[in-house]
Design a protein around this ligand. Structure first.
Ligand code: PLP
Length: 375
C-alpha cells in the first residue's frame, strides 16, 4: 500500500511501541492504586507529563491528558463557556476549524450563546483583523487553529493570540496538525490541543495544555485523575507512547520536514505539469506534508476510489467527515466554486513515503483523471 493520508492518522512508530509495551504487559496496575503495581504505572504517567511539558515549554501541571484532539477542543470551548457565562455569551470560532470546535460551538447555542464564524480568504488564511472586528464586550472565547487539516495552510496565531490577550478573550489553538512539525505557540494561547496518533503515537490519546490560572471548568466529572479535572482511569501505556512519539518527532523535526516537503513538492510539480486542469487549493505558508488539489471535470470521491483500487490511500477532506457526503466546509468557506470543492483530493505525506511512491501515484493519478474525464 502507498499511504498518502498521514493527516488522517500515522502508523505507530516501533520505538513508540517498545516504550509502551512494559505498560501493557508488566506495569498494568491502575495508576491511581496505592500499591507497587499502581505506583509503577503512575510513574509512567508522571514522567510522560514531565516530558511533554518540557517539549511544550510549560509546567507539568499545565498538561492534561485527554482522549485526543476532539476532546481537547470540546473541553476548551465548553469549559470556558461554563466558567465565564456570567461575563458574556459570545464566542468566535474560525469557519475552517475541525468539527470538534464547530459542533461544540453550535452545541452552545442551546445554552444561549451566540457564535460568530470567521471565514478565511481565498488563500485559506484567517485575517486577524476579522477576528478583532468580530469581538464584542461579551466575547469570552476564540478558536483559530495553528494549521488547517484540509489545506495545511498555517494561520497567523501569534497575531490572533495577541488580540485575544489584549481583549481578555480566552484563546484556544488546535495544534493537532502541527504538533511534531513546528514548535507549538504555547506562549500566545490560553489552551492548545494535540493528538498523539498524528505524530506516530497511539490513537485515542492526546494532551490539552491549559495556562495556569486560566478560567475553565472540567468537562468530564469523575475521579481525582488529572488534578480532579478529567475523571477516568489514566491510560499509562498511551501516555508513555504519546510522550515517546512527541519526543521523537521533536528530535527529527527538521530532517523530517525537509524530507516530506521534498516529496510533496516533487509530487505537486509533477501533477500540475502533467495533468491539465489541476489546481492547488490554498496558498501561502503551508505544512510541509500537505497538497490539496482539485481536478477539473472529476469527482474527488471517484479519484479516491480509483487510487484505492491501485492500493493508494488518499482522502477527500478530513477523515472525520468521510462517509458523510457533504462538501468540505473548509474549501467552501474559502469561497471556492462547488466544482472545485467537489473535485478536491488531499494528499498528505509522511516520513515513510518514498520518491518511488510519488512516481507511482502520479502515474495512477494521470490514468484515473483521464478515465473520469472520458466518462
Ligand atoms: N483537530 C484537527 C485539526 C484534526 O485534524 C483532528 C483529526 O483529524 C482533530 C482535531 C481530532 O483529533 P482526534 O482524532 O484525536 O479526536
Amino acid at each position: 500500500m502507498i499511504y498518502l493520508d498521514n493527516a488522517s492518522t500515522t502508523p505507530l512508530d516501533s520505538c513508540v511501541l517498545d516504550a509502551m509495551l512494559p505498560y501493557l504487559k508488566e506495569n498494568y496496575g491502575n495508576p491511581s492504586s496505592q500499591h507497587g503495581a499502581g505506583r509503577a504505572a503512575s510513574e509512567g504517567v508522571l514522567k510522560s507529563r514531565d516530558k511533554i511539558a518540557n517539549l511544550f515549554g510549560c509546567k507539568p501541571e499545565e498538561i492534561f491528558f485527554v482522549s485526543g484532539g476532539t476532546e481537547a477542543g470540546n473541553w476548551a470551548l465548553k469549559g470556558v463557556c461554563a466558567a465565564s457565562s456570567e461575563r458574556g455569551k459570545h464566542i468566535i470560532v474560525s469557519a475552517i476549524e475541525h468539527p470538534a470546535l464547530i459542533e461544540s460551538a453550535k452545541d452552545m447555542r442551546n445554552f444561549g450563546y451566540e457564535v460568530t464564524f470567521i471565514n478565511p480568504d481565498e488563500s485559506g488564511k484567517i485575517n486577524p483583523a476579522d477576528v478583532e472586528n468580530a469581538m464584542r464586550e461579551n466575547t469570552v472565547f476564540c478558536a483559530v487553529m495553528h494549521a488547517n487539516n484540509e489545506t495545511g495552510i498555517i494561520q497567523p496565531v501569534g497575531e490572533i493570540g495577541g488580540i485575544c490577550r489584549k481583549r481578555g478573550v480566552f484563546y484556544y489553538c488546535d495544534c493537532v496538525q502541527t504538533a511534531g512539525v513546528f514548535p507549538l505557540p504555547v506562549k500566545t494561547c490560553d489552551a492548545l490541543g494535540i493528538s498523539s496518533h498524528k505524530f506516530y503515537g497511539p490513537k485515542g490519546f492526546g494532551a490539552l495544555y491549559i495556562r495556569n490560572g486560566a478560567a475553565i471548568t472540567r468537562l468530564i466529572s469523575g475521579g481525582k485523575q488529572e488534578r480532579g479535572l478529567r475523571g477516568g482511569t489514566s491510560n499509562a501505556a498511551a501516555a508513555v507512547g504519546c510522550a515517546a512519539a512527541l519526543e521523537n518527532a521533536f528530535r527529527v523535526m527538521n530532517e523530517n520536514n525537509t524530507k516530506v516537503s521534498m516529496l510533496r513538492d516533487k509530487f505537486v510539480n509533477k501533477v500540475l505539469n502533467e495533468i491539465g486542469g489541476a489546481h492547488l487549493n490554498g496558498s501561502g505558508d503551508r505544512l510541509p506534508s500537505f497538497a490539496n488539489i482539485s481536478f477539473d471535470g472529476c469527482n474527488g470521491e471517484n479519484i479516491l476510489f480509483l487510487l484505492d483500487l491501485n492500493g493508494i490511500a488518499v482522502s477527500t477532506g478530513s477523515a472525520c467527515s468521510a462517509g458523510a457526503v457533504s462538501s468540505s466546509h473548509v474549501l467552501t468557506a474559502m469561497g471556492l466554486s462547488l466544482e472545485r470543492v467537489k473535485s478536491a483530493v488531499r494528499f498528505t505525506f509522511g516520513k515513510y513515503n518514498t520518491e518511488e511512491e510519488v512516481e507511482i501515484t502520479v502515474s495512477a493519478l494521470i490514468k484515473a483523471v483521464k478515465k473520469l474525464r472520458e466518462n
